[in-house]
Design a protein around this ligand. Structure first.
Ligand code: SAM
Length: 267
């Protein structure tokens, strides 16, 4: 992974390149958002996702939530991902879980879903809105493809101030912070797209837990590089550790957090 080259990419593309890297999976796990599947289950509960309903997991990464929700709720799910290996990984997971008849993966951009309209009961977006360059247009597109009465359910990184210099570029993108907003601004964006916010809350504890988990794994990675059992450029580990330290400070100050929003298409 060439960090300099990543800095030249738009945030969304940069994010998808980083999450395709095996080190990212090793550090974060298969679920690429704070709160993991427990927070995903909370969104499913709040939207009453159930059998026969249609779910779009917009920006599904490797399809971990897509497959989990198809299995746990009985819904039909489509996972939309930018990752080059997202479709294959998602489909393999669906087959291994036995839900391949109800789950489908597509590699495409949210903004290119022009041929779909009013199809989904629930649109899930976990740690994706923060990475989108064109947030208003993307949300309008998602409004169009949600059924009247359906929901958009999202969790994301929240940032209440300017991003510090040391977290700009690819490191900020990797942590979904480069273009993150505060919870109020996300809610305004969601409402401006036509949705009506029904539930929202801070989920700051999720980001604190994730920082702790990555910190522990970075220590292990460093030791493994020293022993020669992990072939990764040590500068990546050092950069990630510095970024994590800054992120942790921002959480303590109340600048960096995580938020949950569930909103309904009323019209
Ligand atoms: C932080 S990852 C989260 C992945 C997944 N939602 C999860 O929680 O495991 C962000 C995802 O958003 C996807 N993404 C970013 N911009 C996108 C776009 N314009 N259209 C579709 N997916 C996008 C990336 O490919 C990446 O998989």
């Amino acid at each position: 992974m060439n960090v300099k080259k990543l800095d030249e990419q738009p945030v969304g593309a940069c994010c998808s390149i980083i999450y395709s890297h095996p080190l990212a999976t090793w550090l974060i796990g298969e679920s690429f958002h704070p709160g993991g599947l427990a927070l995903t289950d909370e969104l499913a509960l709040l939207t009453e996702l159930g059998p026969g309903m249609r779910l779009l997991d917009a920006g599904c990464g490797r399809g971990t939530s897509t497959v989990h929700l198809a299995e746990s709720t009985g819904c039909e799910a489509v996972g939309l991902t930018l990752e080059s290996d997202g479709v294959q990984r998602g489909q393999s997971l669906a087959t291994a879980t036995g839900v391949e008849d109800r789950v489908r993966f597509v590699q495409d951009d949210i903004l290119r879903m022009d041929r779909v309209s009013g199809e989904f009961d629930v649109v899930l977006m976990e740690c994706v809105l923060s990475t989108l360059e064109r947030k208003p247009e993307s949300l309008r597109q998602l409004y169009r493809i949600t059924k009247p009465g359906g929901f958009i359910a999202l969790t994301d990184v929240t940032m209440a101030a300017e991003l510090p210099e040391e977290l700009s570029g690819s490191i900020g993108a990797a942590l979904c912070m480069a273009d993150a907003r505060d919870l109020d601004e996300y809610m305004s964006l969601v409402e401006e797209a036509g949705f009506k916010v029904k539930e929202y809350r801070s989920a700051k504890e999720a980001v604190q837990e994730l920082i702790k988990k990555i910190g522990t794994r970075l220590l292990i990675a460093d030791a493994a590089i020293g022993l020669g059992s992990l072939k990764v450029d040590r500068s990546l580990i050092v950069a990630a550790r510095d970024a994590l330290k800054t992120a942790s400070k921002l959480v303590e100050e109340g600048t960096l957090g995580y938020g949950l929003i569930v909103a309904q298409r009323v019209g």
